[in-house]
Design a protein around this ligand. Structure first.
Ligand SMILES: Cc1cc2nc3c(=O)[nH]c(=O)nc-3n(C[C@H](O)[C@H](O)[C@H](O)COP(=O)(O)OP(=O)(O)OC[C@H]3O[C@@H](n4cnc5c(N)ncnc54)[C@H](O)[C@@H]3O)c2cc1C
Length: 401
């Protein structure tokens, strides 16, 4: 039996279950705050990380700052910063363009595109030297008045004051605690791949809303991009069945040539898309973080950003109520559920506005986008929301740019 006991002045004894990006960052953050942390890693990182190399995340400045406070410089992991975003529906000229000038405070970037494999490896390497990491899965949990006991797949037992479930969407501990997940399937798949664009990426994140779903090209360097092409299930199957040349020419056409000819440089993978969140993010001696607590459509690139926001909020709540665990967990859950509910509403609203249901008023929608694009105040407000920053426009903004 392993005891994640708090001793030598440590605060809580915490077991974090799930060694994905959210769980490993959480374990590091809580250990740095003086808690005694054990991380149940789950699956090891594959030796030949084919899928790891085509999964990229657009991370917000807040997420990058959190990782940096944990000692991780994403740019030295090969992350590419972007300073602009171009979003459109029917025609690029009627779309929205955001730049650093629209950010409510001085920032070096609107965000960074970070590779899953390199970020996870860097986090796990740090965790390996900073805290106890067990290469096993949790398969059961027992909550007692005095603590929590976790049954591991290797037959070991881990005890702690608090367990954090960072197990991803199919969380065993969330189900064991009887916490429902409320949500819906989009009946869409998100296709990811790496591509090369003849025209430069210009440090811009590009997104076009097609009637069948949004298509994003995120810059990896001057000419390479990571795509996330969300499409209704039949369209996704059709796109996946194309050979590389056929897929590349559909992609070039879908982007209306704004990035020139596009060539495919990797295999493709597809992920089913859902949205929803847990009825509460806490139980007796249990906190849910990351995809264990919520999933959102990737069109705003916010899933992992929300997970890292959970890490910061859980750490803050435990700091704020150092001796009242229940109070800390309730405060954490309240704060994060509200933030995630907002994000689900925004992403779902965009999905519906630009999806098949919105096609009947596409002209009106495009005119609205063009109007917003001419308003510095509106652009600042949208950028602040996207970055998770204070959404009040600065007082010296002119209303028409
Ligand atoms: C197509 C697509 C594009 C996306 N793009 C973005 C983006 O640009 N920006 C963004 O912020 N987000 C994005 N997301 C969302 C993002 O991928 C997820 O929110 C994020 O990966 C969730 O991380 P996690 O650590 O919470 O969960 P996971 O990555 O699912 O990790 C869970 C970990 O827990 C382990 N585990 C599971 N069960 C157990 C157990 N019982 N015991 C021990 N270990 C266990 C697993 O092995 C795994 O390592 C995208 C999602 C999709 C589908």
């Amino acid at each position: 039996m392993k005891h994640a006991e708090a001793h030598n002045g440590a605060r809580h004894a915490i077991a974090v279950v799930g060694g994905g990006i959210a769980g490993t960052a959480c374990a590091l953050q809580l250990a740095a705050a003086g808690h005694r942390v054990t991380l149940l890693v789950g699956a090891p990182q594959p030796d030949t990380p084919a899928e790891d190399e085509i999964r990229y995340y657009a991370l917000s400045p807040a997420s990058v700052a959190l990782l940096s406070a944990l000692g991780l410089d994403v740019e030295s992991q090969g992350a590419c910063r972007y300073t602009d975003m171009q979003v459109w529906g029917s025609l690029p000229r009627d779309g929205l363009h955001f730049s650093l000038a629209d950010a409510p405070q001085s920032l070096p970037a609107l965000g960074h595109i970070v590779g899953h494999g390199s970020l996870l490896k860097a986090l796990r390497d740090r965790a390996g030297s900073a805290l106890e990491c067990l290469p096993t899965f949790a398969q059961g949990v027992h909550f007692h008045d005095a603590g929590v006991q976790i049954d591991c797949a290797d037959g070991d037992l881990v005890t702690a004051d608090l367990v954090v479930s960072a197990e991803g969407a199919s969380a065993v501990l969330r189900e064991a605690a009887g916490i429902d997940m409320h949500g819906w399937d989009y009946d869409q798949q998100g296709i990811v791949a790496n591509v090369r664009c003849a025209e430069g990426m210009r440090r811009t994140a590009w997104q076009r809303f097609l009637a069948t779903g949004p298509l994003a090209l995120l810059p990896l360097d001057a000419h390479r991009a990571s795509i996330v092409w969300s499409a209704d299930a039949p369209e996704a199957q059709r796109l996946l069945a194309l050979d590389d040349a056929g897929f590349a020419s559909e992609l070039t056409r879908a982007m209306q040539g704004v990035l020139g000819d596009i060539a495919v440089e990797s295999s493709r993978a597809a992920f089913p898309l859902r949205a929803g969140q847990a009825a509460r993010y806490f139980g007796d001696r249990l906190a849910l973080i990351g995809d264990s607590a919520h999933v959102v459509h990737p069109l705003a690139g916010q899933g992992l950003n929300l997970g890292l926001g959970d890490v910061a909020a859980l750490h803050a709540a435990l700091d704020q109520h150092p001796t009242q665990l229940v109070r800390a967990l309730k405060a954490y859950s309240r704060r994060r559920r509200a933030a995630v509910e907002d994000m689900i509403a925004v992403t779902d609203g965009l999905y519906r506005l630009f999806g098949p249901a919105g096609q009947g008023f596409a002209e009106l929608r495009d005119a609205g986008m063009a109007l917003v694009n001419r308003s510095a105040v509106a652009r600042q407000w949208l950028v602040a929301r996207a970055l998770g920053l204070d959404a009040r426009p600065s007082t010296n903004a002119s209303s028409v740019g």
